[in-house]
Design a binder for this molecule. Structure first.
Ligand SMILES: O=C(COP(=O)(O)O)[C@H](O)[C@H](O)COP(=O)(O)O
Ligand SMILES: [Mg+2]
Length: 423
């Protein structure tokens, strides 16, 4: 059985790749399947037909793509006359080969195959997840509904920020900023991915100081702003960070998933009831090249199984390389049901402002998102508090079906933001 978006299967999972080769694609795909299961570069004595039948991966489908991808360095070209073909292949991997372990699954479907010189391109586009994983991993504990509950936000887009400057604020500056943001009614604040446990603002002191402020504001307003403390680090120190956040009444911790790895994420999930905010810093190295790495579709499935409650998808009209359609596809991938845990919350972040709300809402067509504005809040001409108001007003407007430019009162934080950040 598989943890499936479609029809469940029994004893194997399907992995889908884009590959290129100077060999016929059938041959190249067989090399991939052999190397990632029972085979190696030559037939070995104990690889019996019986062992191959039970453990060998099998190529089940090949389609040739129209557009070839430029070959990766070190690609093997048997003769100058050999031509490059690109295609999509499906490979069936027996689940008995890796058991209910995400680490073993990844080593199987996304391991040494990247090194094979016969493959001039190899990118994992999709993978089915074996149902046995659900016995070992629980998926998102909080997800969208739990995060809304913890934030006290019943409807509409959730609005947040990244502390900016990303790095360098000492504790007094940080806590003053956090107080201003919380009093302005923001739902969520996070450390930047760069801000882990630096000597000038150590994590433990940051947790204590920030939670003192947020609890104090909550006593006045009744709203506890969710703060994602960036615990990214060694596993033991991350777990100590989680405990400290819980002790101080916090509700969320963040880690950069490509940095810590999926198994470490799963370990965090087992250790805490906090919402886990999954940053994707480093994911560009996996996905930016069309002929190498893994797709976001795969990345988000693995993050979900391992228990991330929130996951970054980039942003609409952002400063990052992906175009808007890729960001929308990422959100759609996360919105597909998976039979494990709660639905995961898509996080839009990267040059988001009040001026990006209308296009974002038109394209995403859902308010079950967390929108983070760093520069879009901290660079508001009226200050961070006005920045929060502008984001809230923009999102309230677009969710209500209004055009922000038409409803913005002249001189209001929204009006000023649209003039400052709009094109
Ligand atoms: O790293 C990111 C996105 O992740 P995160 O939101 O977690 O930082 C961006 O570079 C900025 O920090 C966003 O800030 P801005 O809104 O100023 O582009
Ligand atoms: Mg950042």
């Amino acid at each position: 059985m598989t943890i499936s978006e479609s029809e469940p299967r029994d004893s194997y999972i399907v992995a889908t790749y884009r590959i290129s080769s100077y060999l016929p694609l059938e041959k190249a795909a067989e090399i991939l399947a052999g190397e990632q299961s029972s085979g190696t570069f030559t037939r070995v004595a104990l690889e019996s037909e019986d062992l191959k039948r039970r453990h060998g991966a099998v190529v089940s489908r090949i389609t040739v793509d129209e557009t070839p991808i430029a070959p990766l360095p070190g690609s093997w070209r048997p003769s100058p006359a050999a031509t490059l073909t690109t295609g999509t292949v499906e490979v069936l991997f027996p689940t008995i080969n890796f058991g209910p372990s995400v680490a073993s699954l990844i080593t199987t479907v996304a391991g040494n195959l990247y090194e094979l010189r016969e493959l001039a391109a190899v990118k994992l586009l999709d993978v089915e997840l074996p149902a046995a994983l659900a016995q070992h991993y629980s998926g998102p504990l909080r997800g969208i509904p739990g995060t809304r509950r913890l934030m006290g936000v019943d409807g509409g887009a959730m609005i947040g920020t990244i502390v900016k400057p990303s790095i360098g604020l000492h504790l007094e500056q940080l806590t003053a900023l956090v107080r201003e943001l919380a009093l302005a009614g923001i739902d969520f604040i996070k450390d930047d991915e760069l801000n882990t446990d630096p000597p000038f603002a150590p994590l433990n002191q940051r947790i204590d100081a920030v939670m003192r402020v947020l609890n104090d504001v909550a006593d006045q307003t009744g709203k506890l702003t969710m703060y994602a403390f960036n615990v990214t680090g060694d596993v033991d120190s991350m777990k100590m960070g989680l405990e400290r956040i819980e002790r101080q009444g916090g509700t969320c911790a963040m880690a950069a998933i490509p940095t810590i790895g999926f198994s470490a994420l799963a370990e965090l999930r087992k250790s805490t009831d906090l919402a886990l905010h999954g940053h994707r810093a480093g994911f560009g190295a996996l996905d930016r090249h069309p002929g190498l790495g893994m797709s976001f579709r795969v990345f988000q499935k693995l993050a979900r199984v391992c228990g991330a409650d929130h996951l970054h998808v980039g942003g609409i009209d952002s400063k990052f390389w992906e175009d808007n359609s890729a960001v929308v596809s990422s959100v759609r991938a996360m919105q597909r049901p998976l039979e494990i845990g709660n639905p995961m919350l898509p996080v839009l972040s990267s040059a988001q402002t009040a001026a990006t709300a209308a296009t974002t809402h038109a394209l995403i067509q859902s308010a079950d998102i967390l929108v983070l504005a760093g520069g879009g809040i901290h660079a508001h001409p009226g200050g961070a508090s006005a920045g929060v108001s502008s984001m809230r007003a923009a999102w309230d407007a677009v969710v209500a079906g209004d055009v922000p430019e038409e409803v913005a009162e002249p001189g209001s934080p929204l009006d000023i933001a649209l003039k400052a950040f709009g094109h």
